[in-house]
Write a protein that binds this ligand. Sequence first.
Ligand code: 1GP
Length: 243
Amino acid sequence: MKVSEYLKQKRDEGPLHLSLIDPQKTDAGEAERIGRELMDLGTDAFLVGGSLGVDQREAEEVVKKLKSSGAPVIIFPGDVNNVVRGADAILFMSLLNSDSVYHIIGAQVQGAILVKKYHLEPLPTGYIIIGYGGAAGYVGRARPIPLDQPYIAVAYAMAAEMLGMKYIYLEAGSGSPQSVPPEIVRAVKKNLEEAFLIVGGGIRTPDAAKLIVEAGADMIVTGNILEKDLGAAKDIIRAIKRK
Ligand code: 1GP
């Protein structure tokens, strides 16, 4: 089954949890262990990627180990060096609020040939950085949307969907002190037709995760917390699946 079909089916059942593994921080052995545990905890898919220092060979190993868990593995590229063999799909994304043409369309032009060559299913994604932004915001030369300006985020998300993007990713930045405010999630969701709404960055507690899915997120992404505390990840997954 295509990953896009799988995500659609899952969305009909309720909000999804995506586990982000950064190959620069987590080696293949650890990815295999964490991957198995996360599957038992009910995660729906794995994202693999990072903003800095991703080694292609290591990333390929991480992908391979996560694949053995049985859940779809989706590349979440910080740059072209994240496009590796063996994954099922890729968030083929444009960092819409970047000031750099490279992050809006340059890297995608570089990566498209590899995506085809490696038989990765492209999931067309508008990536929008909100507030803190973290490494993704810094490296991607983003002009992050202020937390008190939901309508700027809405306008970006609408433009992305009108351009044909099927996934809208609101990113607060990995390790952000504050996750994307539910008011922004709600305003964006209200103005989308069919696109999936993905929200990530700084989600560390079940309450924060619950507020974000109640505001309309179809999928939430957690990264940091998985490396620090799988117990917390379990509570987050439970909280959103109970909705
Ligand atoms: C970052 O949205 C993801 O791209 C996840 O962020 O590491 O803060 O969970 P955290």
